[in-house]
Design a protein around this ligand. Structure first.
Ligand code: GLV
Ligand code: MN
Ligand code: MN
Length: 431
């Protein structure tokens, strides 16, 4: 498909003078951001909370207003389909759950842009050859339940629904109970039939596009993700009376692990990133050497071999630290996904269409996890990135210029149209 495809002969929606509506796109982004509002203008809609339910209700209302068929599956994924044409749908979408300090664009853009594409085509009287669907996938963030991308993973059959329903949240809630409680334990089949193709519009969430002055990212894949929770058990004691030589201090070891993660990321360089995002101490008091510490490790790389190597060095280091301090350490895997390569034909199509829209474009991997990486297991998939100002995300200051949002959504429209009118053989590279 890629550059050899004569999509210029295809009469794309943009060639017929159609553009998505900036006002509608921004209006919906604004309206969704008012649900779960937090200081600084972002939102907190942790998965399957009341705020997430309210956000879902709003999106479902939009879908129904557009006349889409709305299906909700057993893990709470919402799929809105414009049931026209024949065959399996071209799907887009993303998520509307957020981290606790979420911005206005992460995930929301992909869902709202999908609706915007459909509304624009409908208003123009253009009917694609295949159905078009917009997916809203459950718990993409992985902030409340692990693993991340959980809804899309179950959607493609990567985890059995029954076991996922027992997942315990960071606040002790059970996923299946929460789905029932908010009214999103649906009956549509999950796993579901594979779409014809999947394309997700998302903000980059990193600094590269802005730094290089490029307007669109044609995403080649997603780096591997390794999440674990480490629990350190030591000896709680008096902070004033316990000699330093007699301590078995979990807080100290948690700090050593965090420092080691920074060191090893620096040592490997390249795409290696390591983060300690959460540390809980018990009893968490100023004058008590803690009894225990629990921390999370987020380790990512585009190269699976290097990622394994780094994971193994971290494991060795943790064992050494445990012995030296006389504490016991256990760990549990919260998520582990290998790097994913997107379908080169779909990425090439995005690149060509960005050029056609007179936007500068570059191929790039994604540093963040995305639902598209799960859909890539079952159908040709790729992503369109728009620049993030100062590369800030998972932060209320997350921002993307309107011009970039509009261009990204117009490119999404043409990409979905082209995918609906092209036949192609899925390429390998899917994991
Ligand atoms: C999802 O936002 C991630 O952590 O990559
Ligand atoms: Mn996201
Ligand atoms: Mn995110």
């Amino acid at each position: 498909m890629a550059s050899a495809v004569p999509f210029l002969e295809m009469n794309l929606p943009s060639m017929q003078g159609n553009s998505i509506s900036q006002d509608r796109l921004l209006g919906r982004l604004d309206e969704l951001a008012t649900i779960g509002p937090i200081d600084g203008g972002g939102s907190c809609r942790l998965a399957l909370t009341d705020a997430d339910r309210d956000g879902r209700d709003l999106v479902v209302t939009w879908m129904k207003d557009l006349g889409l068929e709305v299906a909700i599956d057993g893990v709470g994924n919402i799929i809105g389909t414009w049931n026209v044409g024949t065959g399996s749908p071209v799907m887009t979408g993303s998520h509307i759950d957020t981290v606790r300090t979420g911005g206005r664009f992460d995930g929301n853009l992909g869902v709202i842009a999908g609706l915007e594409v459909i509304e624009t085509l409908m208003a123009a009287g253009l009917t694609p050859a295949r159905p078009l669907s917009v997916g809203v996938f459950t718990n993409e963030e992985g902030a409340r339940f692990q693993p991340d991308m959980l809804g899309s993973l179950v959607y493609v059959g990567g985890l059995p629904l029954e076991s996922v329903l027992d997942t315990i949240a960071i606040d002790g809630a059970v996923l299946g109970d929460e789905l029932q409680r908010i009214g999103y334990a649906g009956s549509a089949p999950c796993p579901s039939a594979a779409p014809h193709a999947f394309v997700e519009l998302h903000i980059e969430q990193g600094p590269r596009l802005e730094a290089e002055g490029i307007q669109i990212g044609a995403v080649t894949g997603v780096q591997g993700i390794s999440w674990q929770e480490v629990t350190i058990a030591g000896q709680s004691n008096h902070a004033g009376t316990t000699p330093m030589s007699l301590r078995h201090d979990p807080a100290y070891i948690a700090a050593e692990i965090a420092v080691y993660l920074r060191q090893i990321a620096n040592e490997y360089g390249g795409n290696q990133v390591c983060t300690v995002g959460k540390i809980d101490l018990h009893p968490n008091l100023i004058n008590v050497v803690p009894k225990s510490a629990t921390l999370t490790l987020d380790v990512r790389n585009t190269d699976e071999k290097i990622l394994c190597e780094v994971e193994s060095k971290i494991t060795q280091k943790i064992a050494q630290l445990a012995t030296a301090e006389g504490v016991s350490i256990s760990s549990r895997v919260l998520a582990r996904f290998e790097p994913v390569e997107f379908d080169d034909q779909v990425t090439g199509l995005i690149e060509d269409l960005a050029n056609h829209h007179n936007r500068s474009v570059m191929r790039m991997p994604s540093g963040a996890g995305h639902d598209a990486q799960m859909l890539a297991r079952v159908c040709p998939s790729s992503m369109i990135f728009t620049p993030s100002v100062q590369g800030i995300s998972h932060n209320t200051a997350e921002f993307t210029h309107t011009d970039d949002l509009v261009a990204g959504t117009n490119i999404l429209m043409d990409t979905m149209w082209a995918l609906a009118h092209l036949d192609f053989t899925p390429q390998t590279g899917m994991k």
